[in-house]
Every structure is written in structure tokens, then in C-alpha cells.
Design a binder for this molecule. Structure first.
Ligand SMILES: NC(=O)c1ccc[n+]([C@@H]2O[C@H](COP(=O)([O-])OP(=O)(O)OC[C@H]3O[C@@H](n4cnc5c(N)ncnc54)[C@H](OP(=O)(O)O)[C@@H]3O)[C@@H](O)[C@H]2O)c1
Length: 333
């Protein structure tokens, strides 16, 4: 049997889809064939992978069933995932999905490879990639889990690239003084304390995604957790201020050492030299950057830290491809 893999990217022309192509050049999935799918608007357009031009196919069942596909990497929005992920599975593929469609389904693993790799094995065709802000936060939380996580509070500063092509276009448009067509207000020169729609409990959908997905990934159903998510006028990388209460006593130096040694985290924490995580540092990197770790000045059981990552890479494309690699490696070992 061939060990080579046939991969499809669904939503290849989008922000995440293009990054999937880029990261696939860096993380080797032993690819035999690569198929690109998008809507009929981009069908026929060409994208480059390893110096080879690949023509985008329209996403139709006809175009899926005539091809053998091992892994389908989805980044085309929730409606497309809902309709087409089961079709890919029916024709033999494993789907790794970037939309929120399946994330909270108890039969579908929600995976961050550094945190809960063991959960991937329970999949029955579809695996979910968590929300971008959640992915970067569960790495430091996994480090802190040994002290007992009592409560977590997130405040996010999320880049416009998190809204895909439309978010970037609105930043450029409003920078020129034109009216927004995507966000409810000008994102230029503003911070919008709204990401996605408001729910009945006064939180936004994005905030509740962070709450529920964190609990699922860490397998801490009763974790006290809350979030405020803001869109900020920067093009790429999400920053999150995290406020965490721990059950057991801790030393900041030990936590720093644990963060430094955890795979996927880069510790940038030396305030005397003004060393801390920045979007400009995390941009186009696969790691999660952690810094400003300090004891809460009003409660010695709590710590504060600042967490920055590239939302299109670790928050989407890189994590998706790391999940595929996890599956491939689990078959070969
Ligand atoms: N941006 C992020 O930080 C981020 C992070 C994590 C997860 N995600 C998720 O990833 C998904 C894509 O996000 P994005 O930021 O890449 O969005 P985007 O830039 O707007 O790209 C959307 C992609 O979906 C394709 N598409 C739309 N309707 C389709 C249809 N009916 N059939 C086939 N393809 C269709 C588009 O193709 P055309 O070009 O042909 O229209 C395009 O390739 C979303 O579910 C999003 O929530 C995004």
C-alpha cells in the first residue's frame, strides 16, 4: 500500500486556504496529489504549490467522487462544511474542518496537537479545528493545568484577518475614509467590542466559542471561564490577555520554565529589556508567544499573561496540518 497521501483543500482561494497551501510546503505530509476546491467564482483560477500550478475545481459531488482523497482540509465556512464534509467522508476522506459547524458535537474530536493529541483517535471521519483565539490560549492553559485551573478570563485583541478576505478589505476601505461594508463600524481607528452576533446571554458567539471550546479541549467541563472579544485594526495576529486563578500554590519562575519547555510555545518575557510578545513578532510564525507573566497584584492565587499567535497559521492552517500529520504518524507508528 502506498504511504503517499492525496489531499484536498476546500476553500483554497480564501485567506486560510492560501495559507494551507503555504504551510503544506513546510510540513511534509508526503503528498501524492493535491486538489483545490472553491466556489464556482474561482473555479478555473490557478494557485501555485511547489512551483506547480494547480487549477481550482468547483466544489461539486461529481468532482469529489471521481477523485481518491485521503484528507480534505476545509476552510470554506460553516454552510459548506455542513453540506460537503459528510460527502467527502462518504467517499473515503478524513475531513479536518476549520468552521465551527462540528466543534461542539460530542462525537467529533476538537484537537490542538500539543494539548489533546490522544483525542484524535476517536474520530469517525470528521475532526474539528478549534476557533483561532481558543487554539492559542489552550497551550498556556495546558501548562498551568498541573496547578489546578480554577477560573479563566480572556480579553482578546483580534486582527481583521480573522474575518477572512472581507475583514482585510474593510480595514483598507475605512483607512481611506470610505464607509465599512463588512464590520458595523469603521475598523480603522476603532476597537469593536463585538465579534460575530450577540446571544441572549449578552455574550457574542465568538466569546461563547472560546468558553465552550476551551472546556472541551481541556476536558474541564466545569471550568469557570469568561471572555470579551474585540476586533482591533491590525492586519494579522490575535493577542489575548489571560487572567487565571490556580488552585495550588505556584512560583512564577517555575511557570516560566514550564512555558519555555512546552512544545509550540515561545516564551518572550523579560520586561527589563522590554521583551514581550507582539503581533509583529508572531506574524507568519507557527508558535504561540507568551509573556508578561505575573502574579495578580490583588489576588496571589491568580496570574496574568499575554498570549499572541498568527491566527491564520497556528489559529487555522498550521493546526489543521499538524492534525493531519498526527493522523498520518499514528498510522505509520
Ligand atoms: N481567518 C481566520 O483567522 C480563521 C481562523 C480559523 C478558522 N477560520 C474559518 O475558516 C473558514 C474560511 O475562512 P477564511 O478566513 O479563509 O475566509 P475567506 O477568505 O472568505 O475564504 C472563503 C473560502 O471559501 C470558499 N467558498 C465560499 N463559498 C463556497 C461554496 N459555496 N463552495 C465552495 N467554496 C466556497 C471561497 O471560495 P471563492 O473564492 O470561490 O468564493 C474561499 O475559498 C471559515 O469557516 C472561518 O470561520 C478562519
Amino acid at each position: 500500500m502506498s504511504n503517499k497521501n492525496s489531499i484536498a483543500i476546500v476553500g483554497a482561494s480564501g485567506m486560510v486556504g492560501r495559507k494551507l497551501l503555504e504551510v503544506l510546503e513546510e510540513i511534509d505530509l508526503n503528498i501524492e496529489r493535491l486538489y483545490l476546491f472553491a466556489s464556482k467564482n474561482s473555479a478555473g483560477d490557478k494557485l501555485t504549490f511547489k512551483d506547480e500550478e494547480i487549477t481550482i475545481l468547483e466544489l461539486t459531488e461529481e468532482n469529489i467522487k471521481s477523485r481518491h482523497i485521503d484528507f480534505a482540509l476545509f476552510s470554506a465556512g460553516g454552510a459548506v462544511s455542513l453540506e460537503y464534509a459528510p460527502i467527502f467522508v462518504r467517499y473515503g476522506a478524513v475531513v479536518i474542518d476549520n468552521s465551527s459547524t462540528w466543534r461542539m458535537n460530542s462525537n467529533i474530536p476538537l484537537i490542538v496537537p500539543e494539548v489533546n493529541p490522544q483525542a484524535v483517535l476517536a474520530h469517525s471521519g470528521i475532526i474539528s479545528n478549534p476557533n483561532c483565539s481558543t487554539i492559542q490560549c489552550v497551550l498556556p492553559l495546558q501548562v498551568l493545568k498541573k496547578y489546578g485551573l480554577k477560573s479563566v478570563s480572556y480579553t482578546t485583541y483580534q486582527a481583521v484577518s480573522g474575518s477572512g478576505m472581507k475583514g482585510n478589505a474593510d480595514l483598507i476601505r475605512t483607512q481611506k475614509g470610505e464607509s465599512p461594508t463588512f464590520y458595523p463600524y469603521s475598523i480603522y481607528n476603532n476597537i469593536l467590542p463585538q465579534i460575530d452576533i450577540f446571544l441572549d446571554n449578552g455574550y457574542t458567539k465568538e466569546e461563547m466559542k472560546m468558553v465552550e471550546e476551551t472546556r472541551k479541549i481541556l476536558e474541564l467541563e466545569d471550568l469557570e471561564i469568561s471572555a470579551t472579544c474585540c476586533r482591533v485594526p491590525i492586519s494579522n495576529c490575535h493577542s489575548v490577555s489571560m487572567h487565571i486563578e490556580l488552585e495550588k500554590p505556584f512560583k512564577i519562575e517555575e511557570i516560566m520554565e514550564d512555558m519555555r519547555n512546552f512544545p509550540g510555545i515561545i516564551l518572550l518575557d523579560n520586561v527589563s529589556e522590554k521583551v514581550y510578545p507582539l503581533a509583529s513578532i508572531a506574524n507568519n510564525k507557527n508558535e504561540v508567544f507568551i509573556g508578561r507573566i505575573r502574579k495578580d497584584c490583588s489576588n496571589p492565587k491568580k496570574i496574568q499573561l499575554f498570549c499572541v499567535a498568527d491566527n491564520i497559521r497556528k489559529g487555522a492552517a498550521t493546526n489543521t496540518i499538524q492534525i493531519a500529520k498526527l493522523l498520518i504518524d499514528s498510522k505509520t507508528t
